[in-house]
Design a protein around this ligand. Structure first.
Ligand code: NAD
Length: 299
C-alpha cells in the first residue's frame, strides 16, 4: 500500500540560516503547509525582515549555530513561543571556495564549525527534546558535494560528506535505542542563492531554485524520505558513478565538467558572498582577506 503523506499543519519547525536562500524558501514552504516556523540566523536583521515578509506566526530569532548556549536559547525560545519542537532543519552553512593548498586555517575551521559542528550541536539539542516525546524529524542540509569531492571546495566537500555520515550513523543509533525519530539529509546540486553565485556550469545540469529544495524538504517530511537528492535524477548519476570503474566515473565527471563547478568559479562575482561568509562565526577572528580575493582585487 502506498505511504500516506504526513500532515504537517500545526507542527512547530525551527529552520537555521533561514534569513535568505534555501532556508528562507523552506520556511515559506513549511508555513504554506500550516506549520509554525521559527527562523534562526546569525544575521538577525535579515531574519527579522524575512519573518515580517512571510507574516503569519513566523518568528525571527538570533542564532549562531556554532555556539551551544545560542543554539539552546534558540530552541527554547521557539518552544516557548510556538510549542514543542516537531522538526529542526539544520540548513545554516557557508561555502568559501578556492584551492585547498591556498586555504588559511581560519577559513577551514569556520566551515567545519558552521557546516558540521553546527549540525552536530543542532541534532544533539533537538534529539534531547524529541526522544523523550517519541516524536520528531531532523533534516540536515548536505549537498551533492556530500557525495562528490569537488575540486575548489575540498573543505566544504569534507563537511558535507561528514553530514551524510553523521546522519546515517545517528539513524543507526536511534534504531538501536528504539527511538522513533526521523532523520533526513538533503543533497542539492547548485542552487541560485548568494552562496551559489558565480559558480561554473556542469553539462546536462541546470541550477536549481531555492523553492526546488524547499519542495523536496516538504516531501521528505511528508513521506519520511531519508536521502533526498535534488534533482532526483542525481541519484542515478551517483549510483552509476559508484558501479563504474574509477577511470570511467572520473572521466564521466570531467566530461560533464563537474570538476569545474567550484574550481572554475568567477571569484569576482562571488566577492560579496565570500566576504559575508568570512564573517559568519562571531566567536572566530575574521580571517585576513582570503588569498584568492586579495589576488582578484589587485587585478
Ligand atoms: P545563503 O548564504 O543564501 O544562506 C545561508 C544562511 O545561513 C545565511 O542567512 C547566513 O546568515 C546563515 N548563517 C551563516 N552562518 C551562520 C551561523 N553561524 N549561525 C546561523 N546562521 C548562519 O546559502 P544557501 O545557498 O541558502 O545555503 C543553505 C544551505 O544549503 C547550506 O548548508 C549550503 O551548504 C547548502 N547548499 C547550498 C547549495 C547552493 O548551491 N546554494 C547547494 C547545496 C547545498
Amino acid at each position: 500500500m502506498a505511504k500516506q503523506p504526513r500532515i504537517l499543519a500545526g507542527q512547530t519547525v525551527a529552520v537555521t540560516g533561514a534569513a535568505r536562500g534555501i532556508g528562507r524558501a523552506t520556511a515559506k514552504a513549511l508555513q504554506a503547509q500550516g506549520m509554525k516556523v521559527a527562523i534562526g540566523d546569525v544575521d538577525l536583521q535579515a531574519a527579522r525582515q524575512t519573518a515580517e515578509e512571510l507574516g503569519g506566526s513566523t518568528i525571527a530569532l538570533e542564532l549562531d549555530v556554532t555556539d551551544r548556549p545560542s543554539f539552546a536559547a534558540f530552541l527554547d525560545a521557539t518552544e516557548q513561543k510556538l510549542g514543542p519542537l516537531d522538526v529542526l532543519v539544520n540548513n545554516a552553512g557557508i561555502m568559501q571556495i578556492g584551492r585547498f593548498v591556498d586555504e588559511d586555517d581560519v577559513t577551514a575551521r569556520r566551515m567545519v564549525d558552521i557546516n558540521l559542528h553546527g549540525v552536530i550541536l543542532g541534532m544533539k539539542l533537538a534529539l534531547e527534546r524529541m526522544i523523550p516525546r517519541g516524536h520528531g524529524h531532523v533534516v540536515n542540509i548536505s549537498s551533492q558535494a556530500g557525495k562528490y569531492g569537488a575540486p575548489g571546495g575540498a573543505t566544504y566537500s569534507a563537511t558535507k560528506h561528514a553530514v551524510v555520515g553523521l546522519t546515517e550513523a545517528v539513524r543507526g543509533e536511534l534504531r538501536l535505542m528504539g527511538a522513533d525519530i526521523d532523520l533526513s539529509y538533503v543533497m542539492p546540486f547548485v542552487v541560485n542563492t548568494e552562496l551559489g553565485s558565480g559558480l561554473g556550469q556542469a553539462r546536462g545540469m541546470t541550477s536549481l531554485e531555492p523553492t526546488d529544495v524547499a519542495d523536496a524538504i516538504v516531501e521528505a517530511l511528508q513521506m519520511r524520505i531519508i536521502d533526498v537528492w535534488v534533482p532526483k535524477s542525481a541519484k542515478r548519476t551517483n549510483v552509476l558513478g559508484n558501479v563504474l570503474p574509477r577511470s570511467l566515473s572520473e572521466g564521466m565527471a570531467r566530461a560533464m565538467k563537474a570538476d569545474r563547478v567550484l574550481a572554475g568559479a568567477d571569484i569576482n562575482r562571488r566577492r560579496d558572498y565570500e566576504l559575508r561568509a568570512a564573517r559568519s562565526e562571531p566567536g572566530l577572528e575574521p580571517a585576513p582577506e582570503p588569498a584568492q580575493l586579495a589576488a582578484s582585487s589587485e587585478e
